[in-house]
Design a protein around this ligand. Structure first.
Ligand code: ACO
Length: 331
């Protein structure tokens, strides 16, 4: 069977209205705008409303991506949602989104949980399912309400994260050597302690003790994550570029997971890419986990930073530990 190319035919994003600045945070934990900005590059982040769930944000970004692709919800053959803050443990947020979008019932809808690498994992799974041509259009929506799982008493983590959603419509096409060219994915489950939310699952179901012990919040060893991220994002960027057979200098735009400006700068330096070829919006949104790359992609397109024929590189890492890099040639 002749394999199809899979292109990103539409993008959309959504961030909640409410802005929480570094100065706002310094009113309730012992921190400062200067500390947060110099260590992470973050100035402010968006915070979802109390009754605004991950699927609500996903709905808006998905509708925007569909409109951008000039397609209708009924045209979709597959829905994948990536999130670490699902509306609930089950049913999947993808099924909830399917119903909210009014998509016909007989298509596969499922969530992928690969933490901040979720969007890259989602692109790989969707595009491999589509290459046969059986699934013609798919929605990959990353949506995160990180404010619901960070410990607002822990200055080491609460300053870093924000809420938002980014979506991509993928479509098959007959043109060769365009769209998603290659992806490298990986994980190292020997290091699950570095970044986790300990309670709430089958290992530690919710009890009075888990709530009082603040075990339903994200816990992170920031220094360890930092070291791992710098190493793995550089390595995996090289791997996918070399495997496809181009040079790092041919990358027109690097869209990295937005976790820390220092991490992003070190990856750009390893690839010898000037910062003009790197899209960074962490200052406005903080780390929105798996939503960060599709939000950045949508903003980069709207800002006119991507044109036909450009090589775009996505690279991410996250809890698990997981990682992924995707090389795209814009159509
Ligand atoms: N304000 C002021 N001081 C603080 C704060 C804060 N918000 N947070 C920590 N500190 C203090 C620490 O207590 C420490 O004090 P000490 O030296 O007296 O013990 C000092 O600042 C330095 O702390 P470090 O952890 O060494 O600071 P570092 O330079 O490593 O920066 C940071 C911390 C920003 C967390 C960095 O390590 C980082 O970005 N790591 C990666 C995090 C990341 O990317 N996480 C996302 C993972 S993706 C996912 O899957 C969710």
């Amino acid at each position: 069977m002749k394999e199809k190319s899979v292109i990103i035919s539409g993008t959309g994003s959504y961030v909640p209205e409410k802005i929480l600045t570094n100065d706002d945070i310094s009113k309730f934990v012992d921190t400062s705008d200067e500390w947060i900005y110099t260590r992470s590059g973050i100035k402010e982040r968006r915070i979802a409303a109390k009754d605004e769930a991950a699927s609500d944000m996903a709905l808006i970004s998905a509708r925007r991506a569909l409109e951008n692709a000039n397609l209708k919800p009924q045209d979709m053959d597959l829905v994948i949602v990536t999130t670490v803050n699902p509306d609930m443990l089950f049913p999947s947020t993808a099924c909830i989104l399917q119903a909210k979008l009014g998509i016909r019932n007989n298509i596969p809808c499922f969530d992928i949980e690969a933490a901040c690498s979720g969007f890259v994992y989602g692109l790989e799974v969707a595009s491999k399912m589509m290459k046969s041509g059986y699934y013609k259009n798919a929605l990959v929506v990353s949506t995160e309400k990180m404010s619901s799982m960070v410990d607002w008493q822990d200055r080491g983590t609460c300053v870093l994260f924000g809420d938002g959603s980014g979506a991509a419509v993928l479509s098959v096409c007959d043109e060769k050597d365009v769209g998603i060219l290659d992806t490298v994915l990986g994980a190292d489950g020997s290091d699950t302690a570095t970044l986790k939310m300990p309670a709430g699952g089958s290992l530690m179901p919710p009890t009075k003790e888990t709530v009082e012990g603040r075990l339903h919040f994200l816990q992170m060893n920031g220094r360890e994550v930092f070291k791992h991220a710098v190493k793995i994002m550089g390595e995996k960027s090289f791997e996918v570029i070399e495997r496809y057979g181009i040079e790092p200098g041919q990358i027109n735009l690097l869209i990295p997971h937005q976790a820390n400006t220092r991490i992003i700068e070190s990856v750009a330096k390893r690839l010898k890419l000037p910062m003009e070829k790197v899209f960074v919006n962490i200052e406005k949104y903080g780390n929105t986990s798996s939503a960060s790359i599709p939000i950045a992609l949508d903003e980069a397109l709207k800002a006119g930073k991507i044109k036909k024929g450009d090589y775009i590189l996505f690279v991410a890492f996250g809890a698990g530990l997981t990682w992924g890099a995707t090389l795209v040639k814009w159509h």
